[in-house]
Write a new protein. Sequence first.
Lengths: 329, 92
Amino acid sequence: MRKLSDNMDTEALQKSFDEKIEKDIKIEPKDWMPVEYRKTLIRQISQHAHSEIVGMLPEGNWITRAPTLRRKCILIAKVQDEAGHGLYLYCAAETLNITREEMTEQLLSGKAKYSSIFNYPTLSWADMGAIGWLVDGAAIINQIPLCRTSYAPYARGMVRICKEESFHQRQGFDILLTLSRGSAEQKAMAQDAINRWWWPSLMMFGPPDNESPHTIQNMKWKIKRFTNDELRQKFVDMCAQQVEVLGLQIPDPDLKWNEERGHYDFGPINWDEFWNVVKGNGPCNKERMAARIKAHEDGEWVRAAALEYARKEAAGLTGKQSEKATIKK
Amino acid sequence: MEQPLWEVFIRSRQGLDHKHVGSLHAADARMAIESARDVYTRRMEGVSIWVVESKNIHASSPDEAASFYEPAEDKIYRHPTFYKLPDEVEYM
Ligand SMILES: [Fe+2]
Ligand SMILES: [Fe+2]
């Protein structure tokens, strides 16, 4: 059969792509798409996947030191979810014709970025609470609109992820609430964690709209549905109310309800710090990358052994196969 | 060498069809099924898993969709709503 795309010029293909976007018809992997759309998605989805994977490290740090068995089980489950999120996203990216190997290589060589938030250290148990409440909370606000993103495999992955995220935020809130209602020392520990994680969490939404050159195009392509500043505002509004339930404070003297806007105002974000961390100079950038590289290298023999076993099994050279063969006889 | 890619299909409840849920890399089928359990059924989303190596999946081409599905387009008489029944007929 002739392929229609052979006959259609790029202009016509572009037009039919634009129409799909316009009508909210999702783009599937084999559909024609502009080169830049594909590139943008590969960058965004793989970056997102890397963030889920690197994001396991700060919390993994506390698994062996969780205060109770219950908290430990919960934290393990949460970190395991993040690994799953990474895998869903890598798979979505692979449908765009980039291999897992290439993506891994981009992460380990430092060519690909991941969310800067994970370059901050987890100094106390309360940080598990602050991460769940703030970092996962910010992630949820970012991710919910992505369930409707125009590229179908990404959207499907995000639906799955969002279903799992809300437990993450709640378990974090639960940790902070317990600490806040505990001894004075515990309460101070919870407050300290919020103080350290608040501003980096606000930076998770990315630079302000007027300094975010890709936003307009990404909104046109319906990859993004809201701007960075819109999502950030939503997050601030949500936290400003919830922190009162916690009986704790958000470390921002400018935070206050603005009747006219119907939103909370908040103080200026230190973007120099953000760009500095993005450039690799955050407190834990080197540690995180070293941990990823070590995990990858330590796992090398396992991957090789699994492949070799599969090869031998296919060739009927393993004990298992011959065992089966004898049973058949 | 990279481990091959597998497509994962899950039956969420007894009596339902297996449904495509995503993909993963694994060295062989057994590893693919075990990984699929860990990646796609952590919250009891499944009672049965199929895995198929992605290279064995053949797909229709989206470019040809218009002509490929065209034969079905003008056959409205295949739908029950095509037939007008007299009011006296209550259930059919
Ligand atoms: Fe996640
Ligand atoms: Fe999460």
